[in-house]
Ligand binder design. Sequence first.
Ligand code: SF4
Length: 327
Amino acid sequence: MKLLEVKNVKKYFPVQKGFIEQLITKEKEYVKAVDDVSFDIIKGEVLGLAGESGSGKTTMGRLCVRLIDPTEGSINFDGKDIAALTGDELRRIRQKVQFTFQDPSSSLNPRLSIGDAISDALKFQDIGTPEERKDATIEVLEKVGLSPAYTFYDRRPHQLSGGQKQRVVFGRAIILNPEFVVTDEPVAMVDVSIKAQLLELMLDLKRDLDLTYLFISHDLATARHVCDRIAIMYLGKLIEIADRNQIYEDPLHPYTEGLMSAIPVPDPKIRKTEKIPRGEIPSPINPPSGCRFHPRCPKAFDRCSVEEPLLKDAENGRHVACHLYGN
Ligand code: SF4
């Protein structure tokens, strides 16, 4: 069953120009952070969203929980377009969808105690009495592994380690009993030794609370351990989406192939041929014509620079946007 349906979503940010620049060029310019993206998230799955920085993955994640509004397109959650909701309906949906930011240190208010940081979400939604909110927060602290909970309740963020702060961030995300959580690089800021514990916590919460995740990560080695399917973005476009094993073992899109070839392997006897794309990711203000990947693609041919490839069914539920497939 589909929990979230993203349909033809665009998010363009206007480029801020200086006074002189405005006089020279009157035309408005836009950063096309997300440009006509469509995909579904199935209830109960972990969908990974990966790509280089500047691919639009974080913007896409923010759109999915209505932290920002789309320029065009619809995002249906439980059959309702969240981009069109206002007032009480929007407030109700905010309980069901949550977002965890990449850097737990900057997403926690240094002046708020851990208990208040978590229970404030209940207060904003006008749920429970102060005592009930405290009880619910203590329960959540235990659930995210900050135990004994009462010893953490009155602490400030600076008194916690990076891993503990990330647990608080998860706690804040689940206090409203959501159905869907977008988690942006949840383990990017912690030591390797803590990473596995946090990923395990994430999956435990998914099982216990029946959650669905959009897991945003540039780290494909980590995504492989937690995701059921992986979607790859490049310069504002979704270029491939497939089951975890398909995409890691047999990537179709040349860009996905490049990303997969760069994943380090623990066994030094295994030698991989790296197919890392040449050059830098181009500007999202004036993206290349046709296939946006064509200036960097080792398999590009004439058609690629003039015609944009659409995301097409490439059998077994996988989809790819490349002229080499689906014709
Ligand atoms: Fe490469 Fe062409 Fe496929 Fe784009 S459409 S990925 S340029 S082969």
